[in-house]
Design a protein around this ligand. Structure first.
Ligand code: 5GP
Length: 193
C-alpha cells in the first residue's frame, strides 16, 4: 500500500454520489510533505518523458502540479475556468463538465503559454469520468503540443474516465485506483497495481 492509499483509508470520507472527500490533506487543507512524495513518485514514473510543461486545471490541481513541476524543473500552466470567453484568438478553449458541481465550464489557456514544441505532463487530483482530462488533452492538441502522459493522484476506477483515457492510447499513471467504495460501510477497495 502506498502513501496515497494509506492516507485515503485514514482520512478520506466517502460521500453519497460517488464523491470521496480528501479535503483534510489534498484539496482544502494540504499536506505538503505528502504532495512532495506524490511529486517524487510521478517523477519516477515519468522519468523517461521529455516534459517541458506541467498542465492542470484550477483549483485543486494547482498545488499538485507545482510540486510535480519542481521535480521536473519546468513551469506549471493551469487552465482557468472562464465565466465569459473573449474569443479574441489569444486563448485555447475547451468545454469541461464538472463532476463535483454538475455544470459545464469553458476552460482557457493563453496561447503564449503552450506551443507545438511543448511536451506536456497533465496532472490532476481526481479522475472520474475523464471530462477534465479530455478538456486538457484537447487544449494540448489545439496548441500542436504533445501529451507525454497523465498523472492522477486518485482514480475512481469504477467510473469510466480511466478506461476512456487509456483506450485513447494515453499513458495514464494513477497513484491510487479505487475499485469500489461504500458510503454506508466506509469500505474502500483499491486496485492492485
Ligand atoms: P472527471 O472530469 O474525470 O469526471 O472529474 C475529475 C474532476 O472532478 C477533478 O478535477 C476533481 O476536482 C473532481 N472530482 C471528481 N471526482 C471527485 C471526488 O470524488 N472527490 C473530489 N474531491 N473531487 C472529485
Amino acid at each position: 500500500m502506498n502513501c496515497v492509499e494509506e492516507r485515503i483509508l485514514h482520512d478520506g470520507v466517502i460521500k453519497h454520489g460517488n464523491v470521496l472527500k480528501v479535503d483534510s490533506f489534498l484539496n482544502h487543507q494540504i499536506d505538503v510533505a505528502l504532495l512532495d512524495e506524490v511529486a517524487r513518485e510521478f517523477k519516477r514514473r515519468f522519468a523517461d518523458a521529455p516534459v517541458t510543461k506541467v498542465l492542470t486545471i484550477e483549483t485543486s490541481g494547482i498545488a499538485i502540479a507545482c510540486a510535480v513541476a519542481r521535480e521536473f524543473g519546468v513551469p506549471v500552466v493551469f487552465a482557468k475556468k472562464a465565466k465569459t470567453v473573449n474569443l479574441d484568438g489569444e486563448m485555447y478553449v475547451a468545454e469541461v463538465e464538472s463532476f463535483t458541481h454538475k455544470k459545464t465550464n469553458n476552460v482557457i489557456v493563453a496561447k503564449k503559454f503552450l506551443n507545438e514544441k511543448d511536451h506536456v505532463l497533465i496532472v490532476d487530483d481526481f479522475l472520474a469520468n475523464g471530462c477534465a482530462l479530455q478538456g486538457l488533452i484537447s487544449i494540448v492538441d489545439s496548441a500542436g503540443a504533445e501529451v507525454v502522459g497523465c498523472g492522477i493522484v486518485i482514480e475512481k476506477g469504477f467510473q469510466e474516465g480511466g478506461y476512456r483515457i487509456r483506450n485513447l492510447g494515453f499513458r495514464l499513471e494513477s497513484l491510487a485506483i479505487i475499485e469500489s467504495m461504500d458510503a454506508e460501510t466506509g469500505e474502500i477497495v483499491f486496485r492492485q497495481q
